[in-house]
Design a protein around this ligand. Sequence first.
Ligand SMILES: Cc1cc2nc3c(=O)[nH]c(=O)nc-3n(C[C@H](O)[C@H](O)[C@H](O)COP(=O)(O)OP(=O)(O)OC[C@H]3O[C@@H](n4cnc5c(N)ncnc54)[C@H](O)[C@@H]3O)c2cc1C
Length: 476
Amino acid sequence: MRQLVWFRNDLRVADHPALHAATGNGQTIACYCICTAQWRSHDMGDRRIAFQQRALRALSAELAELNIPLLILHTPTFADVSAALLALCNQHEVANVHFNDEYPLNERRRDLAVEQDLTAAGIPVQRYTADTLFAPGTLLTSGNKPYTVFSPFFKQWRNRLEQHMGQPLPAPQTQSPSNISSDPIPESWDGVCADLAAEQWPADEATAQRTLFNFADERMANYGTRRDIPSEPGTSGLSAHLAIGTVSARTCVATALKLKAGHADSDSGAEKWIAELAWRDFYRHIVALFDHVNYGFSFKRDYDRLQWRVAPDELEAWQRGETGYPLVDAGMRQLREIGWMHNRVRMVTAMFLTKHLLIDWREGERYFMQQLVDGDFPSNNGGWQWSASVGTDAAPYFRIFNPASQGERFDPKGIYVKRWVAELDAVSARQLFKAPLSTPAASQGDLLAEEVTYPAPIVDHKAARERALAFFKGDD
Ligand SMILES: Cc1cc2nc3c(=O)[nH]c(=O)nc-3n(C[C@H](O)[C@H](O)[C@H](O)COP(=O)(O)OP(=O)(O)OC[C@H]3O[C@@H](n4cnc5c(N)ncnc54)[C@H](O)[C@@H]3O)c2cc1C
């Protein structure tokens, strides 16, 4: 009874419920669908595609060690997937198909079509929860509704964790050799080659595991105090791996719980980190249970009345890291250069676009998605809606980060800023975050060394703050 495992954003062999169940049922083959046209329509950028491609190569090699051939299907859009899978099942006389659930709307529709078409053809489909600790719909309020605020969601999620999350599954045993050969992984996907940013972002499962264990050994205990300092490696750096599933969220949580159990003094760092993984789950539950966010609407529909400014030059200045606000510019340049940005700075840059410039959060969401190696619709959408104050649990609209004081607080010596904004190298830390607080443009020369060619602030913080308050209140 041949089994088929369909891999998606779960490119690993350990803690993979679908793979585990399939190999327990019989001789197993695996497949992967390359859907570049669909991914592009989701604004997925080159770095993220290249990262996936590398991870797939590594997975193919891992599966080969287990004698599980990996077959590649070219299905430009999700609409092409069902027929391609059915043909593959018929060709290889597959008895059962197994896959782990994904939660954005297009993915859910794709999976439903696959399930219906295969079932109608007499091929049963088994689906598993692997991308979240608890399946969407299983954590509900006392009124049986999905949570729309993180804190009570987290309370229930955390209370159930130890007893109900289960333990990570081991990689399957090697099966007897198959007479089916793996397909080669194509060199280029939609013009994107796997070697893009390969040194910065190795994408295999072993690297993901090593990154997790090093973080647990060396930095997790101090996560609570170091996580907001962008110049330090205070966070795990696992987001790209979690986005494509080279490590499971459950393995991450289990590692943190183990650390806590072994060292009482690691408790708060590990707990804080577990809470961040709960945010990841929360946003997955939101996209699964509230379809409208998948269509680009604000979670709080009232805010869809807002008439955001159309200001292409300012949008471009933000994208290029030329706003005249050092922390914002450092973040945007980090993003452009390496495809990643520290969480604190993601919040600062996102608030700057939506509150200081009043540019539609969807512009920022799209740009981040195109640039990020960890681009992930639920987390990105959730982060943008939070920053713009239109989402679940949103920061209230009157909470507007002052980019200068954020810099003074989280990058007091300017180490992070100077790493990414080279022209500020000669400016003293004392001056660095003062300049934007003064009257913009004209006085810049007084504050910075003459040779500095850094742009003047494109907007004055105080005036922008007042404008934003009026905008959200509806009095502008
Ligand atoms: C505007 C904005 C956009 C974002 N876009 C993305 C995105 O596209 N992809 C993405 O993975 N994260 C996104 N985040 C969340 C967060 O910034 C990153 O997950 C984090 O910076 C990744 O670094 P790390 O792996 O070292 O995180 P750690 O601090 O080590 O956290 C561990 C893991 O928890 C999850 N996590 C942490 N914070 C959050 C959060 N606020 N929301 C959801 N999950 C979280 C991530 O999977 C992360 O890898 C966004 C946040 C904001 C404010």
